[in-house]
Design a protein around this ligand. Structure first.
Ligand code: S3P
Length: 424
């Protein structure tokens, strides 16, 4: 049984972006609703090393005094955060000093050439060993770029837009499928010369070289909300209200697919926050059926594949995820680990090439799960552990602090049966 009202933490993607933009703006920006997770703290730490004055990261408000960035005195450690590493490459490409980016063992394994190649084409001087961190970047005088990205990656797109912004050069980007558009929306919100032309994203620097300081309220993260939605759908009865969730269409593929599988997610109180659509969601339990998730849908739910895979394991029939090879280079090899962990709890799941096949079952999941310290694997399998009769043991739980520090408390609260007193 689920009940009550929960609020997911601030959107991770938007939190990184607003911190970075505020750090290079002129004047004091005020940000509320920021994610307080470890990934956003990594961005704040790196920006402080570059001279930005950022107050303590708390949801109630963060104040950022932007300034001209200056050379750091030590390496910039991006922790576990791919978004910090890749977006900072773009910011640093426009700075006339050298800095070295590094990260934890998982991040050091993740591909960086997808960002460094086009930045080199813009004129950034980047020294790297192989396709990963650490790397040293010396920015400076950049030239404009017209680029067709081989991957639908918002991190690549945003790094190039940030390089255009800090280097004051035009950038035109095409991508195979539209990835999340938070950077474009923020640029538009701040009047920073962005538009769409023939399906391409075009940034043209304005004559005004200063980025204005701003105030912004960050909406709740739909990727974090997805775990709560899934837990409510898998419950036997009840209703859950999830407040203040970003419903940007480049992020809501999870809901589209879930509705195709037979659930209904009601959106109420639709509103706008800093150029982003926001709503409250009402979710009830549902019987699910398998579906096919197409390659074009993947960018709109790329971080939700683990939890969708868990839902697919409880659906009637087979679910196929097409072209999910990118999942191999996330915080872990998510593609192989989703399949292996589902098998470990008694579900038929296989990877064929870049596709993931899952056979739904009604048998209660039982077994041990290796999260590989990947926050989204930990949360997805914790949700699977809430179904009737389940006994799912996670190898660790701490990784949830990356994107959803209060996850286990919220999950417990929504499943806590109301006492007679509460029900009255
Ligand atoms: C993100 C983009 C996605 C996503 C990541 C956050 C962003 O990565 O998986 O969690 O904030 O731009 P890719 O750009 O590698 O697809």
């Amino acid at each position: 049984m689920v009940s009550g009202v929960v609020r997911p933490p601030g959107d991770k993607s938007i939190s990184h972006r607003v911190l970075m933009l505020a750090a290079v703006a002129r004047g004091r920006s005020e940000l509320t609703g920021l994610l307080t997770g470890d990934d956003v703290r990594s961005s704040a730490r790196v920006l402080r090393q570059l001279g930005a004055d950022i107050s303590r990261i708390q949801e109630s408000g963060v104040s950022v005094a932007g300034s001209r960035l200056r050379a750091p005195s030590s390496r910039l450690n991006c922790g576990n955060s791919g978004t910090t590493a890749r977006l900072m490459c773009g910011i640093l490409a426009g700075q006339r000093f050298a800095s070295t980016l590094t990260g934890d063992a998982s991040l050091r394994r993740r591909p960086m050439r997808r960002v460094t190649e086009p930045l080199k084409q813009m004129g950034a001087d980047i020294k790297e060993r192989g396709d990963g961190l650490p790397l040293t970047i010396r920015g400076g005088t950049l030239r404009g770029l017209t680029y067709t990205s081989p991957v639908a990656s918002a991190q690549v797109k945003s790094a190039l837009l940030f390089a255009g912004l800090t280097g004051q050069v035009p950038v035109t980007i095409r991508e195979p499928y539209r990835s999340r558009d938070h950077t474009e929306r923020l640029f538009a919100h701040l009047g920073l010369g962005i538009h769409e032309r023939d399906g391409a994203i075009v940034f043209e620097p304005s004559h005004r070289s200063n980025i204005p300081a701003f105030q912004l309220s960050v909406p709740g993260d739909p990727s974090s909300a997805a775990f709560l939605v899934a837990a409510a759908v898998l419950a036997d009865k009840g209703e859950l209200i999830i407040e203040n969730v970003g419903v940007n269409p480049t992020r809501t593929g999870f809901v589209v697919v879930l509705e195709r599988m037979g659930a209904h997610v009601e959106r109420v109180n639709l509103r706008d926050a800093g150029g982003e659509p926001v709503a409250d969601l009402v979710v009830r339990p549902a019987n699910l059926r398998g579906t096919e998730v197409t390659a074009a849908e993947i960018p709109t739910l790329v971080d939700e594949v683990p939890i969708l895979a868990v839902l697919a394991s409880r659906a009637g029939g087979t679910t196929m995820f097409r072209e999910v090879g990118e999942l191999r280079v996330k915080e872990s090899n998510r593609l192989e680990l989703i399949a292996a962990n589902l098998r470990a709890v008694g579900v038929k799941a296989e990877v064929h090439g870049n596709d993931l096949h899952i056979e739904g079952t009604e048998t209660a999941p039982r077994g041990k799960v290796d999260t590989a310290k990947d926050h989204r694997l930990a949360m997805a399998f914790a949700v699977l552990g809430t179904v009737d009769g389940a006994k799912v043991t996670l190898s660790e739980r701490k990784s949830v602090a990356i994107s959803y520090p209060n996850f286990f408390a919220d999950l417990r609260r929504m499943h806590a049966r109301r006492t007679t007193h509460d029900a009255r």
